[in-house]
Design a binder for this molecule. Structure first.
Ligand SMILES: Nc1ncnc2c1ncn2[C@@H]1O[C@H](COP(=O)(O)OP(=O)(O)OP(=O)(O)O)[C@@H](O)[C@H]1O
Ligand SMILES: [Mg+2]
Length: 459
């Protein structure tokens, strides 16, 4: 269990709550700063003064006319007229107080108020924030003031501050809403965490469902994309390992057979040499395979840098063609160059493009039966240059055509010594071409022949 303050949920919750409380405090503070400035309308003030004066006169009159005490007189007015009355002597001592329950606990009179009342004949003050207008007036015997009468006039019926149950409900609602929003914001994050956990447990391709379209939604999309890529990568890695083991196992098996024959059988020097020759060929094959695999792995990890230099493309082609003339002749295949004049000088990695042509020519010779024809050509336009190798060989069926540039893909699934290849030549060629910003494609008709076209941008 994570400590609670480390959870983003609680952080959000507290942040929300803090900002709500802060806003509320600022509002209350503003109220307390500005509200006391409010003045009761002079009209109301006047009628309250008149009202108080009439009460004062009635009290004086009653006391003069009858032997009843101050307490009785004031209590009668309090009961009959609902008035909230207090009387103090001139030193501020409370003589009587007849107040409603909710007005009890209001402050005592101050000497300043007494002096002010005696001097001017009346005094008004506002009790804030309960909004009570207090009118003070002297009570006189004859012309002499003997006491101070205060009447409390509540200006509003109820406090504007929420109290009791409503306050609780409000706080509860606020808390609930805050909790809801925090949960709502953190749920996608938790979903992402669960997704990441599933992934680290080996479940590549695990997707998360995040419906929001905000930044977290974006993150969710990126996460799913990453997960999908990882799954693909994982799958291809597994396949590659299986394929490699298979590829290496076949030549090893053949080496073992030859070696066993050499051990078991009595034979002449010539036959021995034949088996040793076969073993050497298989070893070379494995060596070649490992070279290609290493190259491909470097290409797939983007570790291969393209070293461009300005070269005449025609020369690169001619050089590659001349390297294959002998092989073609051995198979009675005609190898021709159809090179357009005025070829541009291009900025390419000469070695890599040479390798591409070499791979294409190896295929053409390997998959073309004797007496066939292979042509190598180029064509350039303002923005690109095309190199192509065509043959009159076995061709490739439409079902196989989309896959021939895939790693380790071979049309002839049997890995016999005669058909030789491992299915890496075109995969390597494609990556070299793509590293130059170009593309490679094949056109073929089964039984008629194949043409592979490489397009490279000039700039
Ligand atoms: N010119 C072609 N004619 C007919 N089939 C071809 C031709 N070029 C390629 N293919 C088919 O495409 C497959 C893939 O070619 P790729 O060059 O990648 O592998 P490979 O020649 O079998 O082996 P490697 O080039 O690694 O020695 C080949 O196995 C072959 O079936
Ligand atoms: Mg090949």
């Amino acid at each position: 269990m994570k400590s609670f303050y480390r959870r983003i949920y609680w952080k959000l919750f507290l942040a929300f709550l803090a900002s709500i409380l802060l806003t509320a405090s600022v509002m209350v503070l503003t109220y307390f700063i500005f509200a006391p400035e409010i003045e009761v309308h002079p009209h109301i003030k006047k009628s309250l003064i008149d009202e108080t004066r009439s009460v004062a006169e009635r009290i004086t009159a009653s006391l003069a006319a009858s032997p009843s005490s101050l307490a009785d007189v004031t209590r009668k007015i309090h009961v009959d007229e609902n008035a909230n009355i207090r009387v103090f002597d001139l030193s501020g001592r409370e003589l009587v107080a007849w107040m409603d329950e909710r007005l009890k606990g209001t402050r005592r009179i101050s000497m300043t108020v007494i002096e002010e009342t005696l001097r001017t004949g009346e005094h008004l003050s506002l009790i804030f924030p309960r909004w009570i207008q207090v009118v003070s007036m002297p009570l006189k015997r004859g012309r002499e003031p003997v006491a101070i009468l205060q009447i409390y006039y509540p200006l509003i019926e109820k406090s504007i501050f929420p109290q009791g149950v409503p306050t609780l409900i409000l706080l509860f609602l606020l808390g609930g809403m805050t909790a809801f929003f925090s949960r709502w914001l953190t749920r996608p994050v938790q979903e992402l965490t669960r997704g990441a956990r599933r992934m680290s447990a080996g479940n590549f391709g695990a997707a998360v469902t995040i419906r929001s379209r905000d930044e977290i939604g974006e993150l969710g999309k990126a996460f799913n994309e990453m997960s999908r890529r990882l799954a693909e990568f994982h799958k291809s890695l597994t396949e590659l390992l299986a394929d490699i083991s298979h590829e290496i196992r076949s030549p090893l098996a053949r080496i073992q057979t030859d070696a066993e024959i050499l051990i078991d059988r009595e034979m002449g020097k010539e036959e021995q040499a034949q088996h040793l020759q076969a073993i050497c060929e298989e070893v070379r094959h494995i060596d070649h395979l490992i070279d290609d695999l290493l190259m491909l792995s470097r290409l797939e990890n983007n570790q291969l840098t393209i070293e461009r230099s300005r070269v005449a493309i025609g020369e690169v082609l001619s050089r590659e063609v001349s390297r294959f003339l002998l092989q073609a002749e051995e198979k009675a295949i005609t190898l021709k160059q159809v090179i357009a004049p005025g070829l541009p000088v291009v900025s390419i990695d000469e070695k890599r493009i040479g390798q591409v042509i070499s791979n294409l020519l190896t295929n053409a010779i390997r998959y073309t039966p004797p007496n066939g024809t292979i042509e190598v050509g180029t064509k350039s336009s303002a923005s690109e240059i095309q190199l192509w190798v065509s043959d009159t060989g076995a061709g490739i069926t439409p079902e196989d055509l989309p896959y021939i540039f895939d790693r380790l893909y071979r049309v002839d699934k049997s890995r016999s010594r005669s058909t030789g290849g491992t299915g890496l030549g075109l995969a390597i060629a494609r990556r070299f071409v793509e590293a130059h910003g170009g593309h490679i494609r094949a056109e073929s008709e089964a039984g008629k022949g194949t043409v592979i076209i490489v397009t490279l941008p000039l700039s």
